[in-house]
Write a protein that binds this ligand. Structure first.
Ligand code: SF4
Length: 304
């Protein structure tokens, strides 16, 4: 299964997720990544899944339910998929299309052109300082920081849909005032419809990663506001209904592979779907999922 949900999204309402990249192929290896360690660190684009297969799954999932967005939010970086342009155009038949990208391939003209067909694009801008970028986003070694920044600027000039940015704040890495002022300055110049400040609220790749203190989070919000940015602070977990589809085990695994879920949400879903609790135990004992505690909250996530 490559399509999951719809899942509740704090930015997109009900989002039907499309996982167009096998785990975990990415141009970054962010310290806060909730998918885990990058297995293939690359900037080479490649075709992975036949677009017709993704389309068929989306069509089936939307037969008896609606979604606000069909969102490319995979186990890695979506623009590494050489078929992304074809897939975006196929999905547009079924609704609004969103892509959540780290922006690192926007220096490529083909990637910018393909993304232009989507209705909503989110680009990651955690920092505009090269050393901090290496620390927090851990980019593929051949990526040029200058080219990445320039690619984002170019895309923002060309794109006509809704462009948003997200800045993940990590305690002690990118939460200092100087960094935040420079980030705000950069975002001000690329004309976004919203800029989101996010926090690591789900179990990260590197266990020591934590959100900054409440004071620092407020300070970050104030800095962004002082640059007249349309800033939204996402300091709460998503709320709403998860949807699994026909096969509970397969549906849960496909959500958990990109999106660790709070234990309480998994239990709620199982109750609603009248699922035997032993199924969860089976998945855990067979090593397919694991329970982890992060900042006092229990989560289930996919284990590989
Ligand atoms: S957070 Fe996104 S960009 Fe960063 S390593 Fe994970 S999948 Fe890649």
């Amino acid at each position: 299964m490559f399509v999951f949900g719809p899942v509740p999204s704090r930015r997109l309402g009900k989002s039907l997720g499309v996982n167009n990249i096998p785990k975990k192929i990415c141009s970054y290896n962010c310290v806060y990544c909730q998918v885990g360690e990058t297995r293939i660190h690359t900037i080479k684009r490649k075709a992975y899944i036949k677009p017709e297969i993704l389309e068929k799954e989306v069509k089936e999932r939307l037969e008896n339910q609606r979604a606000d967005y069909i969102t490319f939010v995979p186990d890695g970086e979506p623009t590494l998929d050489a078929n992304l342009g074809v897939e975006i155009n196929l999905m547009k038949k079924y609704g609004n299309v969103a892509v959540i990208t780290n922006g690192s391939l926007l220096f490529r003209e083909d990637v910018r052109k393909e993304l232009k067909a989507a209705d909503w694009i989110s680009i990651k801008i955690d920092t505009v300082d090269e050393n901090t970028w290496k620390k927090i986003d851990v980019p593929y070694k051949k990526l040029s920081f200058f080219e990445v920044m320039e690619g984002i600027e170019k895309f923002s000039e060309e794109y006509k849909g809704k462009l948003v940015t997200e800045t993940m704040l990590v305690d002690g890495i990118n939460d200092d005032e100087k960094n935040l002022q420079k980030v705000a300055e950069f975002i001000r110049d690329i004309n976004v419809s919203k800029t989101y400040i996010t926090l690591p609220l789900r179990p990260p790749r590197v266990p020591y990663v934590k959100p900054p203190s409440r004071d620092k989070i407020q300070r970050a919000y104030m800095i962004f506001s002082s640059y007249d940015l349309p800033v939204v602070l996402l300091d709460f977990p998503e709320e709403g209904e998860f949807s699994i589809g026909g096969n509970f085990k397969a549906g849960l695994l496909s959500i958990l592979s990109v999106h660790p879920m709070r234990e309480e949400d998994v239990f709620k879903l199982m109750k609603e779907e009248r699922i035997d609790p032993r199924i969860l135990k089976d998945l855990e004992s067979s090593g397919k999922i694991e329970k982890v505690n992060y900042m006092g909250v229990n989560f289930y996530r996919r284990k590989w």
